[in-house]
Ligand binder design. Structure first.
Ligand SMILES: NC(=O)c1ccc[n+]([C@@H]2O[C@H](COP(=O)([O-])OP(=O)(O)OC[C@H]3O[C@@H](n4cnc5c(N)ncnc54)[C@H](O)[C@@H]3O)[C@@H](O)[C@H]2O)c1
Length: 262
């Protein structure tokens, strides 16, 4: 059977290690024949990424801090030089000061509000603008969100607001880029054990709560998120854009905990 991503080339942003959601997505896209480039944040992450990228036959790696315009310029000019055009980008990047991912939301500082929204939301708009210029034949943009965007998850705090802004941006970008054949979607996994996930206060309890109560009685896996990314980035997703696709074992449909857990 033909591979779903054969002949498609894309950029994966946000692999910190082998537990990263971006890494699960990279493996799934590669397994379906995609050719990948990676961006990483700084030298230390670059060293960790190197063997992972090599294991997927990837040679293009670019150091990108999304707050640094020069590094973003270099990233997309490198891709232009290497490939000429681009079929997809996976944006799996978020950040907030750990000290504000605990306690009360009301204590959010202006500085961390700005930084969290700039890194976790604006960067996707910036990536979309740059990537779309390299997509003359259409393409796909994917980002990662969490349902703390529209329902309160204790301690998720300013990240919830950043994810709400990101999800809204997905819809606006989808409308802007649709005429160019570019689709824009977000995947919303339940809690996962990653570096960024561990920074959120009470992460273990959030993870356990979802696992015990979700209709599937399970949390999202890297394989399930990767498979969803393949669907959205491949031609099977041709009519899906502006969407937030839940990959959380169904947790978001609940209005209360399972009776066995009360
Ligand atoms: N882990 C979860 O429970 C969970 C659930 C739903 C959504 N998500 C989202 O998935 C995405 C990936 O996170 P993850 O859980 O795989 O964690 P992760 O720590 O593996 O990845 C986060 C990445 O963001 C990058 N990053 C942060 N600031 C950056 C900057 N200024 N410039 C460039 N890169 C920067 C880091 O280098 C890292 O690679 C995030 O958007 C996160 O909010 C995570």
């Amino acid at each position: 059977m033909a591979e779903l991503m054969a002949g498609k080339r894309g950029l994966i942003m946000g692999v910190a290690n082998e537990r990263s959601i971006a890494w699960g997505i990279a493996k799934a896209l590669h397994a379906e024949g995609a050719e990948l480039a990676f961006s990483y944040q700084g030298e230390a992450f670059g060293k960790r990424l190197q063997p992972l990228a090599a294991s997927l036959g990837s040679t293009v790696m670019v150091d990108v801090d999304v707050n640094n315009d020069e590094s973003m310029d270099t990233c997309f000019s490198t891709l232009k030089d290497e490939w000429g055009s681009l079929d997809f980008v996976v944006h799996a990047i978020a950040y907030s000061d750990k000290n504000e991912l605990t306690g009360r939301f009301i204590n959010t500082s202006r500085a961390n509000f700005k930084n969290s929204l700039t890194i976790s939301c604006y960067s996707f708009i910036d990536v979309a603008k740059r990537a779309s210029e390299l997509m003359p034949n259409g393409g796909t943009l994917l980002t990662l969100t969490y349902q703390g965007s529209n329902r309160v998850t204790p301690f998720y705090n300013v990240m919830g607001v950043a994810k709400a802004a990101l999800e809204s941006s997905v819809r606006y970008l989808a409308n802007d880029l649709g005429p160019q054949g570019i689709r824009v979607n977000a995947i919303s996994p339940g809690p996962m054990k990653t570096l960024a996930g561990a920074a959120i206060g009470g992460a273990r309890k959030t993870f356990k709560t979802t696992e015990m109560n979700a209709p599937m009685r399970a949390n999202a896996t890297l394989e399930a998120v990767g498979g969803t990314a393949v669907y959205l980035a491949s031609d099977y997703g041709a009519c899906t854009t502006g969407e937030i696709v839940m990959v959380d074992g169904g947790f978001h449909v609940l209005s209360m905990a399972q009776p066995e857990n009360l």
